[in-house]
Structures are given as structure tokens and as C-alpha cells.
Design a protein around this ligand. Sequence first.
Ligand SMILES: Cc1ncc(COP(=O)(O)O)c(C=O)c1O
Length: 407
Amino acid sequence: MNPLLSKLQPYPFERLKQLFAPITPNPALRPISLGIGEPKHATPQFIKDALCANLQGLMGYPATAGEPALKASIVGWLERRYNFTNFGLKLDPAKQILPVNGSREALFSFTQVVVDPTKPNPIVVCPNPFYQIYEGAALLAGATPYYVNSDPARNFAVDWDAVPADVWLRTQMIFVCSPGNPTGAVMPLAEWEKMFALSDKYGFVIASDECYSEIYFRDEPPLSGLEAAARLGRHDFKNLVAFTSLSKRSNVPGMRSGFVAGDAAWIKAFLLYRTYHGSAMSGTVQAASLEAWDDEDHVVANRAEYRAKFAAVTPVLEAVMDVKLPDAAFYLWAGVPAHVCGGSDTAFAAELLAKYNVTVLPGSYLAREDAHGVNPGKGRVRMALVAEQAECLEAAHRIADFIKTYS
Ligand SMILES: Cc1ncc(COP(=O)(O)O)c(C=O)c1O
């Protein structure tokens, strides 16, 4: 058996199951889960109809490179969303785009393409806290993850300056997650400029996870790595590949549809890998995805639903704990008050379930100790506001009541 498998960490929800195993949740209250970050808003009818109208796609093996029509639609979306024409930039759908079966599998498999385990001690740099696939992808590729903490004092910006030069020298790839899970933080242009300079200096690849890009709470939509590159005149997207998904944008997590875009040389290598890996997107899903990328009305409506929900829920929690409206994504990343459960995120999650039947995810499960022994998720919990507003609001009131029992 591949010995690297033994390096994989239990998934946060496995750990949550163990934490909750001895607990009997308060039977007087119906359960509410803010645990799993899975979109729960309704899938638009036109996407379901598009799947049904394109069942002939099941009759043939799809090409791994994807249908030209889908890739043209993706390029159209990218150009509209990131104003590429303002920068005189035209993407080549044949060379710079690949459909993928959701961003998760692509983040994992792209890492296998990038990491060269024959070089001494390869490193993959990850934000901390982070989406656990990054870590597993790095470990199975034969690299060691290096965790870089987000800084609560700077809107949870990842402290890239804290990475020492000897780590950068061995870094082959870095994951950027903007908007971030779980912090919701968006990386600004100045940080991108710094990241590109580091990539040029040390030669590493930037994997930019942008799966939450369409759910945001500020006026300005989140900057993408691709848009940052365009603005900074890096029109070949050198060493940059972005991962975008329909799961959250269009409420189709079960459809498994996304795309990667960026550096043509890396896209070419990724296509080669995927051909052997056997991860072509079904023609039926490609056809429905095309319609989803072409439509923006449902995205605007979805965003409005999240905005209304966050506007209602955030103040209830802000009154009792350290939390604020994030830039984007669908999580609240809240600090456990020091006088509640001793400020422990795990004890908070366990007692909240026992007394109020609400599930939240302990922040320490989403992060690792950094090089200095600090787990930046400690003392925080992640709340996924994916259920409908009334349910999320009820959960927030129960959490506020729970915290008030300690005062
Ligand atoms: C940060 C992040 N990246 C990627 C994904 C994967 O999403 P999908 O595979 O549905 O595109 C998730 C899913 O929750 C996520 O939180």
C-alpha cells in the first residue's frame, strides 16, 4: 500500500463525529446544523431542465479537454466577470481552460501534476486555517505542507511575509484561497503583486482556489488571481492556475462542475494527466454547465439571499462574540468568548450541541499548528450559513442564549 496514505489526517467531520459521540443533544429542540459547508439553496429549475434536455450526453465518452462550446461559454463568463477586455486580454479556450468535476478533485489532481518529488524536500505552502484537501493533495504528492497563519488583526489576511526564504526555496506550489474558507477574507491586489513577485523569484506555482467568488457582501466583487494578473500585465498568467466552481455560484454541488484557467503550459500538463486519470466531464453535465455559466440572473438572486441572511444573523452573534460580516463566502468565523467554556472551541461546540442542539465546527479542526506551535483556529468556530434564513437565525438566537448563560 502507498505509505503516504498513512499521513492523511482525519477529516474535520470525522473528528466532529468523535467529539459528539458521547453527547445527547437537547431533545426539546430540533437539531440545526451550521457544520457542513454545503450549499442548500434551491438548484435553479433551468439547470435541472438543461440536464434533462441533454441526456444524449450519456451515450458517448466525453473528451477530457471538454466541448469547445462549454469552454467558449466559460471564457465569455471570465471576460465579463473580470473585465479582461479592459486590459486588452483574450483567453484562448483551447489552451487556457479545462472543465473539471468540481474544484475539489482538480485541486487534488493538479497538485499531483505540479509536485516533483524527486527534488529534495518539496514543500507546498497552505493558508492556515485551510480547506483540508490542500493538505492531503500535498502529502500524497510527496510534499510537506507548510502552514501560514491568517492574522485576525488584518482581516484574516494570510501572513505570507512570515515564510522564511529557506522554505520559499523548496516551495513548489502554494494554495491561495480567496475568498477564504473559513475566514471569508479576500486577498487584495497588493498581496497578489507580492505573491507574483515571490513566484517569479522562487519559481513556484500558484493554485488559486476561487470557488466562493460569487458570494460576497461588499459592493465590489472579489478580485480573482486571474484578474490580478490581468491588472498587473501578466497576460500569460505565468505559473498561475485558478479553480472556479458552479457548486456555490449556482447551487449545484451534486453536479460536480467547475473549471481551471490560467497558464497554458500548466493546463497542457494537467490535460495530459487527466487523460490518464479518466476525469472527463459528462457531456450532459457539460451542456447544463454551459447554460449555468451563461446566466447571471440566478447568481444575483442567490447572492441577494445570502446577503439578507447574513444581514439578519450577523448582528445577533456580533452582540455576544467576536465576529463580523466577512468579505465573502458563506461562513462566520467567530471567536469563542474567553469566559465561555474556557474559550475552547471544542468544548463550546460540544456544550452547544448538548444544551441547544446546534452544530458548529471547532476552528482548531480546520487548522494545524504552525512552525511556532500556534493553531490559529483554536478558540474560534466556523458557522456555515447555508440553510434558509429562518433556520440560521434561530441557530444564532440559540447560540446567543447559550453564551448569555455564562454571564
Ligand atoms: C475552499 C474550498 N475549495 C474547494 C471546494 C470544493 O468545491 P467543489 O468541489 O464543489 O467545487 C470547497 C468545498 O466546500 C471549499 O470550501
